[in-house]
Design a binder for this molecule. Sequence first.
Ligand code: DC
Length: 226
Amino acid sequence: MHIPDIIIAVDGYSSTGKSSFAKAIAKEFSFTYLDSGALYRGVTLFAMENGFIDEDCRIDEKGLETALNNLDIHFGEGGTYMGDRLIEKEIRSLEVASKVSPIATVPQVRAYVDRKLREEGQHKRVVMDGRDIGTTVFPEAELKIFMTADPLVRAERRAAEMRAKGEDVSIENVLKNLQERDYIDSHRETSPLSKADDAVVLDNSYMTPDDQMQWLKKVMAERFGC
Ligand code: DC
């Protein structure tokens, strides 16, 4: 399959398997994978560690905005880095997950992450997963996929993932966290989660990873004749 130099945007709700699918696409077509949520999680960890967000999710927006000028969050060997420090494990904790959506509503945080993503995407042949890649970060992306799945299926997947990493979580708490994030993500003022008009919808509640790849290849063949 000869794939043209394109940008693939994979947007959708939390725990719909966006990152697994985006990684599989990157592997299949030798594209670079970029995880935009990891950058929001990195900023959240930074905000937590430096007192810019408290237990009740009150944010010191002014302080955070100023600190962003000197913040270096980037992708490297093994995942996401804050300066020289690999933060891949910390940014996946439930504590970061419970604070990331409020942090992602801050316009300056969104501008910071958008800038990083655009720098990384300028050479094409990238697949990015997120919430607003197809609508805001790369509205010109040649292929936009919008992923969705049944909330309970999503909660079960996320809980299994967290348990595999040793976190003791209940389905109820995970479902609650997912629903809160869905609400905040879809209702925030700046770039809310929404499907781009030209995105193709993939509901993968009952699909295997293989089914999804077959689906994608069909879409690619129709779109790009490859
Ligand atoms: O994909 P994820 O669960 O790692 O994303 C973490 C959070 O980051 C998610 O709750 C919303 C936010 N996010 C966003 O607002 N825009 C993106 N492009 C990606 C993530």
